[in-house]
Structures are given as structure tokens and as C-alpha cells.
Design a protein around this ligand. Structure first.
Ligand code: URP
Ligand code: ZN
Ligand code: ZN
Length: 471
């Protein structure tokens, strides 16, 4: 049998093994792994390269409504293009419901934004902001059945924060439908109190964003989310964990046998709150929530990944332009960090940062790298084994890496819609040079060869991790 493509001579790594072999691809899927696979329409020479499952970034925001006058820097085209250059073959952004909106309509609108625009595959999480009877009783269960099998709830942010009662109601629906609940854990009232106090003291620069949401704000909410989930026996994923105290809350819950999972992100490994102290408004480039912390917190996030407390390493890509009145600069008439949109770009730099700082510096193995950036995302969100691994029958979603390539991260190298990268100047070794989606290159030798529409929407199965303990 002739294959469509054979990737020859590379070193393959999965979440469990590293081995040298060739990959035969037919009809967009991996058809064979082995030596001397025979003929193919195209042979891709991967000698000296690592051949890894394409990254899956399961925490990304694109084309999401923001505060009035603020516009997100990426739509589906630019966001998925950046993802492809960063070695990803799939990303999972959020369809965000605003108060009063029908969840079904939100999902329809989000599809319309994505259709025909994507360079890599996408699937959607939901964000539940209006937990009405209709949403919880009808729309949400129906959407879970239709393949939207995970949703995020916020414990902070004006217009998004749910009360504890609402959290419990939403979690109950998740339990009944076996959807996975993702929790943004920060204490809203504490943040409001601290923000008011900082503003009254004239502390209005971006650097005070970090002071407005210190570690106890995140630890308390993490503890509370876990407690609420325990009350009704529902699994939860605590997203974007930034520090030891929150990480230890998750570890303790896991040790007690609860199904509590964790995610961390690049900003908590390589940035600190000092980055928010830039001159003038430069600090706004690093405003995200939770904020980057300190060196000890970075170490805790590494330990969380090394010890399996965190299953996921995602970007929380949430890009705004810096030098733009619709972006990071405080809008006219507004006076403090409170008005700086929260979120930073990162979908293109997530993998090189973890590869270099993690695998390159001996903190994690190559197999842990694959698990944290691809396989665990597929397993967590109902995509495995179609996605997230290199195995016969899986989609041929593959990133070819030059493990020796030295790169200084800079905005000039980026392919998204933002005008800055918070990781400017960071030196990494190892870079994804080609990205193949379902057997076809999207990026080849660092050139874009794919087009909008190559990426498709992928409905998901229910997460096996979302089954309650007592099911
Ligand atoms: O600051 C952040 N993380 N913005 C993105 C939205 C979120 O909370 O994930
Ligand atoms: Zn969040
Ligand atoms: Zn996010």
C-alpha cells in the first residue's frame, strides 16, 4: 500500500515512550508506525528532528467580547495561525455567555466567527455567566449532549462572577450531564475591597494589579471551589494556578481522593510581579489574572507539573494590543489598573517555553512535556485517542521540532494579532519548525502553507475525568 506521506527518520515521543521510527499517513490519519514502510506520494525527511503530537492548547480566548471599547487582538484566523506556528494542531477557546444571552445563540454566533477561518482544529468550552433556570435546565444539558462537554465558571470579574449558590447549581448540572467544570478561582469581593483601597491611596499604576489580587485571594477561592465541588461530588479543573498555596490546596484534595485537577501556564513559570513595574504603562503588558507572582511561586508551579498535581500546561492566551486605544492602555477618563483588560498573548510561545525551560533544563522529561502539552488535554476534554498522541488510527496531527534551534523570542517572530509578546527577549533552545494537521502541513519549515478553513470544528466526547466518584 502506498501512503499519502511518510515521515522518515525522526525520533518520536509520546506521553509514555520515545523511539525512532517512521510514520505512514493515509487519509489524514496515522496508518502505520515502523521501519521500511514502503512507498508514499511524499517522503518528509525528519532526520535530526523530534516528531511530537501536535500541541493542544485547551485554554485560549479569541474573538471574545470584552469591556466596552476594548477589542481582543485575535480572531479565529490570527489566533489559529499563531497556534500553528507554535507547534499546535488544536486549540480550545471559550464561547462566552453574557448576562441575558441564550447559551445556544452564543454558541451559534461563535461558530459563525470560526467557520472557514481556522488554520488548526478547534473545539469550544462554554462560559456560564447567567445561570438561569432555562440555561441550567435546558440549554446547558442539550449543549453538553451536542459535544460542548466542558464549561468555565468565574469566581471573579464584573458581570461574570457567580455566587456560591450559582456555582453549586451549575456544578449540579455538570454532575448530572458529566460535563467538566473549569474554575477561575479568585475571590471577587476581596479583589474589589483591595482595588478600592489601592485607588484611594493613589496606587493606580498597572503594577498594583498584582497587589489587588494577592495569593490569599486565589488560595481562598481555590479552597472554596474544591469544597463546593466536594459537597455535590463533581470533578473540577482549577485553571491557571499561579502559586504554591493554591497548588497545595489541589494536592490536598487529590490526596483525599477528590477528582480535582489543575492547570498552570507559562506566565507563572517565567514572569513575576516585577514585570508589572514597567515604566509608564509598560506594566500593562503583563496584566493577567491571577497575576504572575515570584520565584518561589514559579518553583511551586514546576513542582505541580513534575509531581502530577497539574495535568495541563495551557497558555491562557487572551491577547490585547498594547499600543492601541482599544487595548491595554487605560481608556480616556479612566484612572487605574482596574480598567486594563486582563490577559496576555501566549499561544505561540507556550510550547517553546516549556520545551526549553522544562525539558531542555532537565526539569521534566520529553514524555512529560508531551503529556502536559497535548495528551492530557485530549484525555481531559474528550478528544483522546483521536487527538493528542502518535498512534495508529489517530489523526496525523504532528509537530516536527528542531531540538537544537536557538531562538530569542521577539514580537518580530510572532504571527498573532497582538503587537507585543510578554516573553520578549527570553532565549529558548528548541523550536517547532513544521506543523501538520490531519496529514497536511499548515506550517512547513517555518513558512505558512495552510489556509483558513484547513482547521475544523471538532465536537467532543464527554470527559472520562468528569465522572463523579460515586457514579
Ligand atoms: O487575565 C486573564 N487570565 N484573562 C483571561 C480570562 C481568564 O480569566 O482566563
Ligand atoms: Zn480565568
Ligand atoms: Zn483564560
Amino acid at each position: 500500500m502506498d501512503f499519502d506521506t511518510i515521515i522518515r527518520g525522526g525520533t518520536i515521543a509520546t506521553a509514555s515512550d520515545t523511539f525512532a521510527c517512521d510514520i505512514g499517513i493515509s487519509g489524514g490519519r496515522i496508518a502505520a508506525l515502523g521501519e521500511n514502510l514502503g512507498a508514499a506520494k511524499e517522503i518528509v525527511d525528519a532526520r535530526g528532528k523530534l516528531v511530537l503530537p501536535g500541541g493542544i492548547d485547551s485554554h485560549v480566548h479569541v474573538s471574545q467580547p470584552s469591556a466596552p471599547g476594548i477589542v481582543m487582538a485575535d480572531d479565529f484566523a490570527s489566533g489559529t495561525r499563531a497556534a500553528a506556528f507554535g507547534g499546535n494542531t488544536m486549540m480550545l477557546p471559550f464561547a462566552l455567555q453574557q448576562k441575558g444571552e441564550s447559551l445556544r445563540q452564543v454558541v451559534k454566533d461563535y461558530h459563525a466567527k470560526a467557520d472557514g477561518q481556522c488554520y488548526v482544529d478547534v473545539s469550544f468550552h462554554l462560559i456560564i455567566a447567567d445561570a438561569t433556570e432555562r440555561v441550567l435546565g435546558q440549554e446547558l444539558p442539550a449543549l453538553v449532549n451536542d459535544g460542548y462537554t466542558s464549561f468555565k465558571v468565574f469566581m471573579t470579574y464584573e458581570g461574570l462572577a457567580l455566587s456560591d449558590l450559582e456555582m453549586l447549581n451549575v456544578m449540579s448540572v455538570a454532575r448530572e450531564t458529566q460535563a467538566l467544570v473549569m474554575v477561575h478561582a479568585e475571590n471577587y469581593d476581596a479583589i474589589r475591597f483591595l482595588t478600592d483601597r489601592l485607588e484611594r491611596a493613589g496606587k493606580t499604576a498597572p503594577q498594583y494589579h498584582a497587589a489587588s489580587r494577592p495569593i490569599p485571594v486565589e488560595r481562598e477561592a481555590t479552597h472554596r471551589a474544591i469544597s463546593l465541588a466536594e459537597l455535590i461530588d463533581v470533578p473540577i479543573m482549577i485553571v491557571h494556578v499561579s502559586n504554591r498555596e493554591a497548588m497545595e490546596e489541589i494536592r490536598r484534595a487529590q490526596q483525599r481522593g477528590l477528582k480535582v485537577y489543575g492547570e498552570t501556564c507559562p506566565q507563572y513559570l517565567v514572569l513575576t510581579e516585577k514585570d508589572l513595574e514597567g515604566l509608564n504603562m509598560e506594566g500593562a503588558k503583563y496584566v493577567c489574572s491571577p497575576p504572575p507572582r515570584d520565584k518561589q511561586s514559579q518553583q511551586a508551579c514546576w513542582e505541580g507539573m513534575q509531581q502530577g498535581v497539574f495535568a495541563l500546561f495551557s497558555s491562557d492566551h487572551c491577547p490585547f494590543r498594547y499600543d492601541d486605544p482599544q487595548g491595554k492602555l487605560i481608556p480616556k477618563g479612566r484612572t487605574s489598573f482596574r480598567w486594563v483588560p486582563n490577559g496576555i498573548p501566549g499561544v505561540e510561545t507556550r510550547l517553546p517555553i516549556l520545551f526549553s525551560e522544562g525539558f531542555g533544563k532537565g526539569r521534566i522529561s520529553l514524555n512529560q512535556f508531551v503529556a502536559l502539552t497535548a495528551t492530557n488535554h485530549a484525555k481531559t476534554y474528550g478528544l483522546y485517542p483521536k487527538k493528542g498522541t502518535i498512534a495508529v488510527g489517530s489523526d496525523a496531527d504532528i509537530a516536527i521540532w528542531d531540538p537544537k534551534r536557538e531562538v530569542t523570542i521577539s514580537q518580530a517572530l510572532m504571527h498573532g494579532g497582538s503587537d507585543y509578546t510578554p516573553y520578549e527577549g527570553i532565549k529558548v533552545t528548541g523550536w517547532p519548525v513544521s506543523t501538520m494537521l490531519r496529514g497536511r502541513f499548515v506550517v512547513r519549515d517555518r513558512e505558512l502553507v495552510g489556509k483558513p478553513g484547513d482547521g475544523a470544528y471538532v465536537p467532543r466526547d464527554k470527559s472520562p475525568l468528569a465522572a463523579p466518584r460515586s457514579a
